[in-house]
Design a protein around this ligand. Structure first.
Ligand SMILES: [Zn+2]
Length: 358
């Protein structure tokens, strides 16, 4: 498959860059994370640690409080992903490379493989957003059809009704199926081969999976028995998967975003420059909510993130204002949903549309 961007209009990104750079120069601040991000990381990892001990030692196994602890643990996993791992993987957490690596590797602690995710997300998803066969984020085939280039099967008629159930399985599938599929097929997406794996990479892969299972199933099983440890872990996986999937879907898979399609020769021609393609394939939602912004690591400012992925999310609210004003000035259309729920409604309508027979 061959993907080409229209080169004739390259200056919008340089205009945006100029505005954004002058914001950092005028305020004399760095583009990386700050003490606010560091504090947030301490809070999230602290919550994870406390919750881990409470669910094993402080509540009665199998009780409602125990259930709530595991459910909450899944959400904390997702929040660490949004706020810490994501910035680390984009090298925006800190100006120090080692710190960024450590933060990116928090994913391995949560059971995923940082290296695979970096290639899938930072390279494929960020460059070829919403393009079938390259952007793995829109690939939930054959269960869900999100893009015109994906094969239609009659069950898709009901996909808006069962999608949320599937979303809750995303995390368990990611950790125990998709990572292994990538590892054994050496493919990041249908059309993307994986970077060559070194001996160290093989070691990291297996150690990650073994250590994660030991910490989150093995140790709890020692204290509460294997059945409850596995049940608790499944609750955690469901709440984590649901939180992760819904936030990623709302940012791209809604009405008003573009989904470039391939021609009969398997070529995808994107009729805009890269930056405009990012604006066209991405939406913001609930940008006025401080709570949402804190929890989601700025992913509700998805347009800012896609245009400036190497800038830490703590700066997104300020940049959002600058970017929206520049888009308005240059007549570049962007989509923004007022709040979380209006974006959820739009996502369901998109699924409904894609579920119609073709
Ligand atoms: Zn990203």
């Amino acid at each position: 498959m061959n993907i080409r961007f229209e080169k004739s209009n390259q200056n919008f990104l340089s205009i945006l860059r100029k505005q954004v750079n002058s914001y950092f120069e005028e305020n004399q601040i760095s583009t990386y994370g700050n003490s606010e991000l560091f504090l947030k990381s301490v809070i999230l990892f602290g919550l994870l640690g406390v919750n881990y001990f409470v669910q094993i030692f402080a509540v009665t196994s199998g009780s409602l409080a125990w259930f709530a602890c595991y459910f909450f643990q899944g959400i904390i996993f997702a929040l660490i992903g949004f706020n810490v791992m994501h910035d680390g993987s984009h090298s925006s957490y800190s100006s120090n490379k080692v710190v960024n690596r450590i933060m990116a590797y928090s994913l391995n602690f949560l059971g995923g493989i940082s290296q695979f995710w970096h290639q899938k997300h930072v390279i494929n998803h960020h460059t070829y957003t919403n393009i079938e066969g390259v952007d793995d984020d829109i690939d939930l085939k054959p269960f869900l059809r999100m893009h015109d280039d994906q094969l239609y099967i009659p069950i898709h008629k009901f996909q808006a009704y069962y999608a949320f159930f599937l979303y809750s399985l995303t995390y368990v599938f990611w950790i125990y199926y998709r990572d292994f599929k990538k590892y054994f097929t050496r493919k990041i997406a249908d059309h993307t081969p994986m970077d060559e794996l070194t001996v160290r990479d093989h070691f990291v892969f297996w150690i990650t999976k073994i250590v994660h299972v030991s910490i989150f199933i093995g140790i709890p099983a020692f204290f509460m028995g294997p059945k409850l440890a596995i049940l608790g872990y499944l609750i955690l996986c469901l709440s984590c998967g649901f939180t992760l999937a819904i936030i990623f879907q709302l940012a791209h898979i809604v009405e008003g975003t573009s989904f470039s399609t391939k021609d009969e020769n398997e070529n995808v021609l994107i009729g805009t420059e890269w930056s405009v393609h990012q604006i066209n394939t991405t939406v913001n939602f609930g940008t006025e909510s401080k709570v949402l912004t804190w929890l989601l690591g700025g992913l509700n400012f998805q347009m800012v993130h896609h245009l400036f992925p190497k800038i830490s999310h703590v700066h997104y609210p300020a940049l959002h204002k600058i970017i929206c004003e520049t888009c308005d000035e240059y007549n570049v259309k962007y989509v923004e949903y007022k709040n979380f729920w209006s974006a959820v409604g739009s996502h369901l309508r998109h699924l409904n549309q894609m579920g119609k027979a073709v």
